[in-house]
Design a protein. Structure first.
Length: 145
C-alpha cells in the first residue's frame, strides 16, 4: 500500500513541477508550499487507507510507518526527477534558484537536492504524526460529574 501511495504522491509532485515550468512560474519560490499540500493529501489518504483496512484494530504505529514510507518514497522519486531535470534538461535552473533565495554555493544542484530531501522527509514525519491523530480512537474514560 505504501508503495502505491508513494508513487502517486511522487507523480503528483512531478506533475505540479512540470505545470509550474510550462506556466513560467517555476522560479516563484513560495509556490513550493503547494508541494506540502500535495504531500499532505497523499499521506492523509495513506493513513485513511490504513484505518479502513484495519477497521477495529487500527494501529497508530502501522499508520505512522505507512505514512513515512509513502512520503519518503515519494521524496526520493521526486529528488531523482529533479536531479535529472537540473542535470540534463535545464542546468541553469539550479543557479537561478540559488540567486532567488540568496544562497551562494559551489554546487547548487547538491544543495537543492539536500533541501528537497530534508523537507520531504521532515514533512512526511510531521504529517504522518498529525494525521494518525485524526483516525485513532480515544481510550479516555469520561467521568460522570
Amino acid at each position: 500500500m505504501s508503495i502505491r501511495y508513494g508513487v502517486r504522491i511522487a507523480l503528483a509532485l512531478i506533475a505540479y513541477f512540470l505545470l509550474m515550468r510550462v506556466s513560467g512560474l517555476l522560479e516563484v519560490y513560495w509556490l513550493r508550499l503547494l508541494n506540502g499540500v500535495i504531500m499532505g493529501y497523499g499521506i492523509y489518504k495513506v493513513v485513511q487507507a490504513c484505518k479502513i483496512e484495519s477497521q477495529e484494530y487500527f494501529s497508530s504505529f502501522e499508520a505512522f510507518a505507512a505514512g513515512i514510507r509513502s512520503g519518503v518514497l515519494a521524496t526520493f522519486i521526486f529528488v531523482v526527477f529533479v536531479f535529472v531535470y537540473m542535470f540534463l534538461i535545464d542546468p541553469a535552473f539550479s543557479s537561478k534558484m540559488m540567486q532567488i533565495v540568496g544562497w551562494e554555493t559551489t554546487n547548487p544542484i547538491r544543495m537543492i537536492l539536500i533541501v528537497i530531501l530534508i523537507e520531504g522527509i521532515g514533512s512526511s514525519v510531521v504529517l504522518s504524526l498529525t494525521f494518525i491523530q485524526l483516525f485513532k480512537t480515544s481510550n479516555n474514560i469520561l467521568e460522570n460529574t
